[in-house]
Write a protein that binds this ligand. Structure first.
Ligand code: C5P
Length: 247
């Protein structure tokens, strides 16, 4: 969809003096129309937007470009994991879309993460590149089944350390892992944390939830929040309530 068409739909334009909102709203919608409808209800000053595999596969790069053109900073959550050359080219293509942040799996190895880093270097406004360590959906038993005997917290720390020493900007982690990662990685790396629930919101299918205030206190840099905002009757109000609680 062309930008002009989006503008007619009423998508908010960014303010030149954009703030640095800590909240990244997960646009877990099946298609472009729902994503556009949601983006009309919030502003780039209030939040960034995360586009994952479902929405990207359905709506394609044009949606990313349109959201970016309308002033939103976009986290493209495609978790690249492939041979280094392929990840370098995919990362370069993502960066050229103008995304603010993208990610890879640390389990792809340091050569792959280095290639991703090289892929985004040439872009004028380089996006943040972060790594997924161990998916929070995986248990210690799942790791055993894969032949990985390293205890889960140690593996998370090892992969995060590898990502940062390869030059990545940060990691995606559970807010419950944030204090240990801050202790081991220091203050500089970005910690991007899903599994966030304000105390007024339903937990949905999240198991190990943390409130926005607690996540920030524990060292999170950015909070990924979906349904408490996207399913709220007034998403802008939900965002304001969460922002106020962490300001
Ligand atoms: O709606 P909710 O706040 O649970 O959405 C959380 C978002 O964060 C979803 O897009 C989900 O895929 C993502 N995520 C997660 N847990 C992880 C990694 C990503 O919930 N470990």
């Amino acid at each position: 969809m062309a930008v002009s068409k989006l503008s007619k739909l009423g998508v908010n334009k960014a303010d030149k003096n954009m703030k640095d909102p800590r909240i990244i709203v997960a646009l877990d919608f099946p298609g472009q129309q729902q994503a556009i409808e949601f983006s009309r209800k919030v502003t780039p000053d209030q939040c960034r937007l995360k586009v994952g595999k479902e929405l990207f596969t359905s709506a394609g790069p044009a949606l990313i470009e349109d959201l970016v053109d309308c002033g939103f900073e976009v986290f493209l959550d495609l978790k690249f994991h492939d041979i280094p050359n392929t990840v370098m080219k995919a990362s370069s293509a993502a960066a050229k879309l103008g995304v603010w942040m993208l990610n890879v799996h640390a389990l792809g190895g340091s050569a792959m993460m280095q290639a991703a880093r090289e892929g985004i270097e040439a872009v004028a406004r380089r996006p943040f590149l972060i790594a997924v360590t161990v998916l929070t959906s995986m248990s210690a038993r799942d790791l055993q089944d894969l032949g990985i005997s390293t205890p889960l917290p140690q593996l998370v720390d090892q992969l995060a350390t590898s990502a940062i020493s390869t030059g990545l900007d940060g990691v995606v982690c559970s807010a419950q892992e944030a204090p240990a990662l801050r202790a081991s990685l220091g203050d500089a790396p970005l910690l991007v944390t899903p599994g966030i629930r304000p105390d007024w919101a339903a937990t949905d299918d999240q198991q190990r939830i943390v409130t926005p205030q607690q996540a920030i206190t524990d060292g999170a840099s950015y909070l990924v929040i979906g349904r408490p905002i996207t399913r709220h009757a007034n998403p802008a109000q939900a965002l304001e309530m969460i922002s106020a609680s962490i300001s």
